[in-house]
Ligand binder design. Structure first.
Ligand SMILES: C[S@@+](CC[C@H](N)C(=O)[O-])C[C@H]1O[C@@H](n2cnc3c(N)ncnc32)[C@H](O)[C@@H]1O
Length: 347
């Protein structure tokens, strides 16, 4: 099998920045995603209310726990989106004539196999470029894709979304794929920043396939994030083990509990860690500390829920025009295919 070089996916100005950190997986020279500046965690923990950025959730154990969440009976998102993709993959690929599929926050890329199957059937050998901060996810994705699709060249990008998508050659017709309603994890500041950057990185022949979870009964929503087996609680509280590992802090899992609810005004599930007793959380390398008061909450993750019509209207402000909208019989989940449109000034 012919091995593609990075020249086949990276923009010319980006090629020198990337190196193969392991077979099929590229990293930016000198970038160590595990060496998180203490400042980026401390600044949100010192905020009011205290909160954390979602990507700290995905250490090796976090990635494994997320995969278990996807199989939970209450977590309808994965199986609903998977069924939509399975049913419509042929149509999606026919509508998006590309050579490369680049998946943002790909995780283990399990649902993407429907798109890869159709891409191979309709276009022959192609490129699959998942972008993720989780090395565990990229490895699982690489091993599965190489075994099932030898004619698809795998280029995993171990990077944050923006570093990854802005490195891809704008002249390579690409379908950017963003599944799992991961956009729901973005707060109101991250959301426009992300789409502004993604749209700017997209070339004139590029498409975006976006999975978005919809507003529905509060019971269905709340059960999905508070499962009877406690896997979601374990996933959310695991972030403190990762922060202890990164910063040498002393968060104590035994002194906190998980709490989640649907905030109807902000239309989002909010997932918190709550202190069971007062405790001093110390960061010896900085050094600094804060008093975590009894019953005080730290917001670890949000999952916003969308009205697909409104979401499509918002995305038009980023020059992304809806081509197709796929949903399920219950209208619980939306998968939208969008095309980058040139502005009137040609940019
Ligand atoms: C909610 S999971 C979704 C996984 C998969 N796409 C799915 O639909 O099941 C989010 C994924 O995005 C990755 N991720 C989170 N923040 C990221 C960031 N800033 N840059 C790149 N990847 C990120 C995580 O490692 C994880 O694999």
């Amino acid at each position: 099998m012919k091995q593609e070089t990075p020249a086949n996916i990276f923009a010319a100005a980006e090629r020198h920045r990337w190196h193969a950190s392991e077979p099929g997986i590229w990293s930016v020279h000198g970038a160590d995603l595990d060496s998180i500046p203490a400042q980026s965690i401390l600044v949100t923990l010192w905020d009011q209310p205290r909160w954390l950025e979602a990507y700290h959730l995905y250490d090796q154990r976090g990635s494994e726990l997320f995969e278990r969440i996807c199989d939970l009976p209450e977590y309808y998102l994965t199986r609903t989106e998977n069924a939509i993709l399975e049913k419509h993959a042929g149509d999606i690929i026919a509508n998006a004539p590309v050579r490369c599929i680049a998946e943002l926050g790909a995780g283990y890329s399990k649902k993407t196999v429907h798109l890869l199957t159709e891409q191979l059937r309709q276009r022959g050998s192609s490129i699959f470029a998942p972008i993720d901060v989780s090395a565990a996810g990229l490895r699982a994705s690489r091993d599965a894709v190489r075994a099932a699709f030898p004619a698809i060249t795998f280029h995993g990008l171990h990077a944050r979304y923006e570093d990854g998508f802005s490195a891809i050659d704008k002249n390579l017709p690409t379908l950017f794929v963003f599944l799992g309603s991961t956009i729901g994890n973005f707060n109101h500041t991250d959301f426009p920043r992300f789409f502004r950057a993604l749209s700017a990185a997209m070339g004139p022949k590029d498409y975006l396939l976006l999975g978005a979870d919809r507003i529905k009964s509060v019971k269905v929503l709340e059960d999905a994030y508070n499962d009877s087996r406690g896997v979601t609680a374990e996933f959310i509280l695991n972030v403190f083990g990762n922060i202890n590992h990164l910063l040498g802090s002393n968060f104590d899992r035994g002194k906190m509990r998980y709490h989640s609810w649907f905030n109807p005004e902000w239309r989002q599930i909010e997932m918190y860690a709550v202190a069971n007793e007062p405790q001093e959380v110390r960061f010896p390398t900085v050094p600094t500390a804060f008093q975590w008061q009894k019953d005080e909450k730290i917001l670890v993750e949000i999952s916003r829920k969308f009205d697909p019509v409104r979401l499509q209207e918002q995305l038009r402000f980023f020059d992304l025009r809806a081509v197709e909208h796929y949903t399920d019989a219950n209208q619980w989940f939306s998968v939208m295919l969008l095309k980058k449109v040139a502005k009137a000034d040609g940019s």
